[in-house]
Design a protein around this ligand. Structure first.
Ligand SMILES: [Zn+2]
Length: 324
């Protein structure tokens, strides 16, 4: 099977119950062993900052953002230290290629919800120095970068904050990928206007097929593609199906989104962002070991060998090469 790069999972957060290692896990969708069996090239691991007031999976209160980040990073780096023969951190496209050549799966550390940046460029740099290479500017609430996707037109049309605009320029300079998944449409258009480098929607689908505000309109797909960026196919049923109450995540629907992206944005913008361990429902693809089902279905749906390679890893590797 083709090696592939998956731009989003929430596995680290699920593991904060107390596991000290993500090599072999019982009740997650993803672990390093399964990634290796699937021949995966790289996985983006998100540090997802839970909404204030929520609790950890083990019932404990959520620590402050900096401590919370450090817990996730220690879990990832600890696993890498324990399994260095098969698992390595990547801070660039070259790292991923080199790790793959040595038979290692790469991990990229990302922030999901830039709120931990607290409106200070200097703090973006501190996260960069702590291996973070991607920031998902918002989650589903307002923060120092801007506003989230929303059914409320006033929120949806809100652009980036003054800080958010400076931060996009700063991330371009520093060598970090800007992620617009979860962002408001207004914020998306600010990023499209300001960013001098390709940007990504790491785990978002097509609104023309599944009319959820988390998905991208055709105009947005064209702008993303024009920047040289990518959209990662998300496996969450309500983002895949025309029925926003859908419970089944079907390969057939995934193919429709990839074909639509291909049609609207071209073959250089198609990518993968499963959202494993952040999604639920009846999943036809529920772990890296099932990923061949998607690649086989896309081949049957008419993607050429070149397009399949671009979807699986080529496009993301190009974007990381352009940005980091
Ligand atoms: Zn997300």
């Amino acid at each position: 099977m083709l090696p592939y790069i998956d731009m989003h999972c929430d596995t680290l957060g699920v593991c904060l119950r107390g596991e000290s290692d993500i090599f072999e896990l019982e009740d997650t969708m993803l672990d390093v062993k399964r990634m290796m069996r699937a021949g995966q090239a790289a996985q983006f691991f998100a540090v997802f900052f839970r909404p204030e007031g929520e609790r950890l999976p083990n019932g404990a209160p959520i620590p402050a953002d900096d401590e919370f980040f450090q817990l996730h990073r220690s879990l990832l780096l600890g696993s890498i230290a324990a399994h260095g023969e098969s698992f390595a951190v990547a801070r660039s496209a070259a790292d991923i290629a080199q790790n793959l050549a040595c038979g290692k799966v790469s991990a990229l550390l990302t922030l999901e919800d830039g709120r931990a940046v607290r409106g200070e460029l200097e703090r973006i740099r501190r996260f960069y120095e702590r291996d973070v290479r991607v920031i998902t500017l918002t989650w589903n609430g307002e923060n120092c970068f801007g506003s989230p996707n929303s059914e409320d037109a006033r929120v949806m049309n809100s652009g980036l904050t003054v800080f958010g605009k400076q931060a996009v320029e700063y991330m371009n300079e520093l060598g970090m990928l800007v992620d617009v998944s979860h962002l408001s449409d207004g914020g998306f258009w600010d990023v499209a206007r300001i960013s001098r480098r390709p940007f990504a929607a790491t785990h978002s689908n097509c609104r023309a097929i599944a009319p959820h505000p988390r998905n991208l309109t055709d105009e947005m797909i064209r702008a993303l593609a024009a920047s040289g960026g990518v959209a990662g196919l998300n496996f969450y049923p309500p983002f895949l199906s025309p029925d926003t109450d859908a419970r089944r995540s079907r390969v057939e629907d995934m193919c429709r989104h990839v074909l639509h992206l291909l049609d609207v944005g071209g073959e250089d913008c198609i990518a993968l962002g499963s959202d494993f361990d952040g999604i639920h429902g009846e999943l036809e693809i529920g772990s890296p070991e099932d990923m061949h089902l998607l690649l086989d279905a896309l081949a049957r749906a008419g993607l050429s060998a070149r397009q399949l390679e671009k979807f699986a890893y080529g496009n993301v590797l190009r974007v990381l090469g352009d940005c980091l």
